[in-house]
Every structure is written in C-alpha cells, then in structure tokens.
Design a protein around this ligand. Structure first.
Ligand SMILES: [Fe+2]
Ligand SMILES: [Fe+2]
Length: 270
C-alpha cells in the first residue's frame, strides 16, 4: 500500500478585488501559501479547501478564485463551502450543472487511488442536517480501499477556550453517531483559523490554520486576528492519517483583537 500525501487549505476569504483588507490581501496570502507548500518540497496529489472560499460569497469573488485556481493549482482541488460562502454564486461559477438546485447543500465524495474524501456542507447555521448525514452513512457503507476522510467547515469538537464554543458544528452529536458506526481515517475542518485537534468519535478531528489570516486564542483573554498563513500536510501511511499543521514564516503580527480588552493581556499575545 503506497503512501498518499495531500494538502488541506482552509478559509481563503478571497474577495473580488485584490489588495489589503484589514491589512491582509487574501489573494496574496493564497499565492504565498501554495508557493510555500511547494517550496517545502511537498508534492500533494490533490488539495482540499475546507470552506470560506470567498469572503462575501458573491459571483465576483468566485470568479477571482477561479482565476487564482487556474494560476496556482496543477493538481485536483476539492472545494467545500463554509459560512462565508454562497451556494448559488459558487455553483454558477464552478459547477456546470444546469439541473442543480442552487440553494441545495453541496456535498460529494471523490476517490484518489483508494483514498476517499467525503465533503459536507455546513454553510447554513453551522450544521450539515439529516440529508447529508444519511448520504454519509450510505457512502461509508461502501468500503474504500484505503479509507475515508470527512471534510466539513465547522469543527465538531469544543476548542481549548470557551470563547470558541459558538464555532462548533451544531449537529456534531448526530455526525458522531455516523462516524462511530463506520471506519473513518479522520475529519478535517477550518472556520477557527487555528490549528487544533481532538480525539473525537473514535477517530481524529483536526482544524487547519487559516490561509487568509490566523487567529490566536491561547488563553481565555480573547480572540486575536494575526497576519499569517498556514496549511495542513496530510499523509496516509500504513492505513493511518497523519496531519501536520504548518504555519508559514511571516510577520505573525497581531493587527487587532476581535473580541476583547485587551488590558493586561500582553503575555497572551506572545
Ligand atoms: Fe473563515
Ligand atoms: Fe467560517
């Protein structure tokens, strides 16, 4: 059984117009991240992007993303939708499917030489809903030669600090029941813009650092908005999934706090 390597990107937040937004240029961040992957010698079979593809979920943003994808990716790219995305605009730009119901959730599975990626859509209310869970249950009943990895934007596990609690997948319990009933190599998420992981439903559950920006949340002091980008290097070896979060060298400066004081929290900012 050969090794498989792929890269998870998350939270691109591409906008129609390039240039800085709150001191960060998402298109430049995506370009730097993909270049960073290859400069580190990683040769992914494919990329997975776990949602918040575009900041406003509009047609113009997806058109810009499509241009960037053609420029940057020489291997297949699997796209998932997050809370910032727009189902209709995404479908109009990326999918050639005139029969598709535009507001329907976008979920599917794709296999790469025995590694199956099952992509779910948590765009609306941060939940996947019964229909996607039924589909996932049925999909997992069909064995994949190496195994299945589930991608969904909202993480199902509580993060280390309480002010991230509202970012959890709302129907995490129902997803856990499906995942526990079938072998799953792991789950990959975004949304928090912070690399974190937990043992969950009998497997591993991992969030990726954001591409557009990172966040810092090392204490209960608050949620910081940090310049910088990263990705998850995912490798399947010997039937197991290993996820290595990589934060690329950069300024890592802290332009703002999103929710907080921040008096007396200097230590938390280091
Ligand atoms: Fe995001
Ligand atoms: Fe998000």
């Amino acid at each position: 059984m050969r090794d498989h390597a792929f890269v998870q990107l998350s939270d691109l937040h591409i906008r129609a117009e390039d240039g800085p937004h709150r001191s960060i240029d998402p298109a430049e961040a995506l370009r730097g991240t993909v270049h960073g992957v290859y400069e580190l010698g990683v040769e992914p079979e494919f990329f997975v992007v776990s949602g918040d593809l575009c900041d406003r979920g509009d047609h113009a943003g997806y058109l810009r993303l499509r241009e960037l994808a053609v420029e940057l990716f020489g291997v297949p790219v699997l796209l998932a939708l997050g809370n910032h995305d727009g189902r209709q605009a995404f479908r109009d730009v990326f999918l050639d499917d005139p029969m598709a119901v535009q507001a329907e959730p976008y979920f599917y599975a794709q296999e790469f030489d025995g590694v199956r990626i099952a992509v779910l859509d948590s765009k609306v209310r941060g939940e996947v809903g019964p229909r996607q869970l039924d589909w996932l249950r049925q999909t997992l009943q069909q064995p994949a030669a190496v195994g299945t990895i589930v991608v969904v934007h909202h993480p199902p596990f509580l993060n280390a600090v309480r002010h991230m609690d509202d970012r959890v997948l709302r129907d995490a319990g129902a997803l856990a029941a499906v995942v526990r009933a079938a072998p799953v190599l792991g789950l990959l998420h975004g949304h928090t813009h912070i690399a974190s992981m937990a043992a969950w439903a009998g497997t591993i559950s991992v969030t990726a650092p954001g591409v557009a920006h990172l966040r810092t949340s090392v204490t209960a002091a608050g949620l910081g908005f940090v310049e910088g980008s990263g990705f998850n290097l995912c490798v399947v070896r010997g039937g197991r999934l290993t996820v290595q979060p990589v934060v690329l060298p950069g300024t890592q400066s802290l332009p703002s706090w999103l929710d907080g004081p921040r008096e007396g929290t200097a230590a938390a900012r280091t």
